[in-house]
Design a protein around this ligand. Structure first.
Ligand SMILES: [Ca+2]
Ligand SMILES: [Ca+2]
Length: 336
């Protein structure tokens, strides 16, 4: 009994640690305390997601940058942070530039406050109901602080924020939330699916994240490699009898991808044809490679299917290079 209690307590402690919100007053129940830029925002006690208040930023003309922000320290041994927010928009005008929106931005800095990278967690326009946004970022050793910005970014309208959360995840917690799924041997393989990542990483194996920086729909796959090592996600699918050609298309986007030692050490989209679990039916075939900083680029290629191939594996990889690779709307067409 004593032992049981001990383990129960351990379990509760683990859960509690995982749930600590690093953001202070993220629900705006304490007015705008802990937030900078309070002169640019106000409280709404009428439109809110939880509790008594939400924070509201609005302007009718001028399309200026207006934002609240809060800087937090990343706890030691943090592997990733999960940022989330509830947002609602009311009449947010569309501008020529896509980023001009109601926005939550995560900006990561090092110990001397130099910005390492900055990325939107959420972008909202028009008039919407409350929407929950969530994005997980892997943390590198040089990241010390995170600044969360809640902005009405150079457009007019009204944006509401509530329940802003940043949760630090250990490596173990991270992989619990983003499991690496491996297909058991002998398990029936299937048709290619979720190439547009709208169901997160469902059907995909390997190491990947989900980003709201998408080409299609709401989400895309993201592979971040801080050090020049192999990072990839892949999906295994079957070839039907009689299929003779396969056409693969997909969108890739590079963020600061620096090529590794060899020319193929880049962001990559490629296909493997497999005879069985251990034997390849041909050399890997590359559909697209990408480096540097790019917008979304469409890659498309057709290949004859090797006679001995029974399945194929679509691979999206950071092939021993550094930077961030985004992928979206991967489509596969088999024909005979
Ligand atoms: Ca609230
Ligand atoms: Ca998508």
């Amino acid at each position: 009994m004593k032992q049981f209690l001990f383990f129960s307590l351990l379990f509760i402690t683990t859960i509690t640690n995982a749930q600590i919100n690093l953001i202070k007053n993220g629900g705006f129940e304490n007015e705008l305390i802990n937030w900078r830029g309070e002169e640019m925002a106000s409280l709404s006690s009428y439109i809110k997601k939880t509790g008594k208040n939400s924070a509201m930023i609005n302007q009718f003309v001028g399309a200026e940058w207006k934002a609240l922000d809060q800087t937090i320290y990343i706890p030691k041994n943090t592997y990733a942070v999960e940022c989330s927010v509830w947002m609602k928009s009311d009449g947010i005008e569309e501008q020529k530039e896509n980023y001009k929106s109601g926005e939550m931005i995560a900006e990561f800095t090092n110990s001397s406050d130099k910005q390492l990278f900055s990325e939107p967690v959420a972008q909202i326009k028009g008039t919407t109901d409350w929407v929950n946004y969530k994005k997980t970022f892997k943390i590198t050793a040089d990241v010390k602080k995170l600044r969360i910005m809640l902005a009405l970014a150079q457009t007019n309208g009204t944006v509401f924020f509530d329940d802003v959360q940043v949760i630090a995840l250990t490596e173990e917690e991270y992989f619990k939330l983003n499991p690496i799924i491996t297909v058991a041997e002998g398990q029936k393989i299937k048709q290619f699916s979720n190439g547009n990542f709208e169901e997160n990483l469902s059907s995909w194996n390997g190491f990947g994240l989900i980003s709201t920086d998408s080409k299609e729909g709401n989400t895309a796959a993201e592979i971040i490699s801080e050090t020049a090592e192999w990072r990839s996600i892949d999906q295994l699918a079957e070839i039907n009898d009689g299929d003779k050609t396969i056409e693969i298309s997909g969108w890739l986007k590079a963020k600061n991808i620096i090529q590794g030692k060899d020319p193929w050490n880049t962001g990559l989209l490629f296909i493997k044809f497999e005879k069985d679990d251990t034997t390849q039916a041909s050399e890997d075939q590359v559909i697209g490679t990408i480096t540097g900083n790019t917008d979304w680029i469409l890659f498309k290629k057709s290949f004859p299917i090797p006679k001995t191939a029974t399945k194929y594996r679509i691979m999206i990889a950071m092939s021993v290079c550094t930077g961030t690779l985004l992928a979206d709307d991967i489509q596969v067409k088999l024909s005979n």
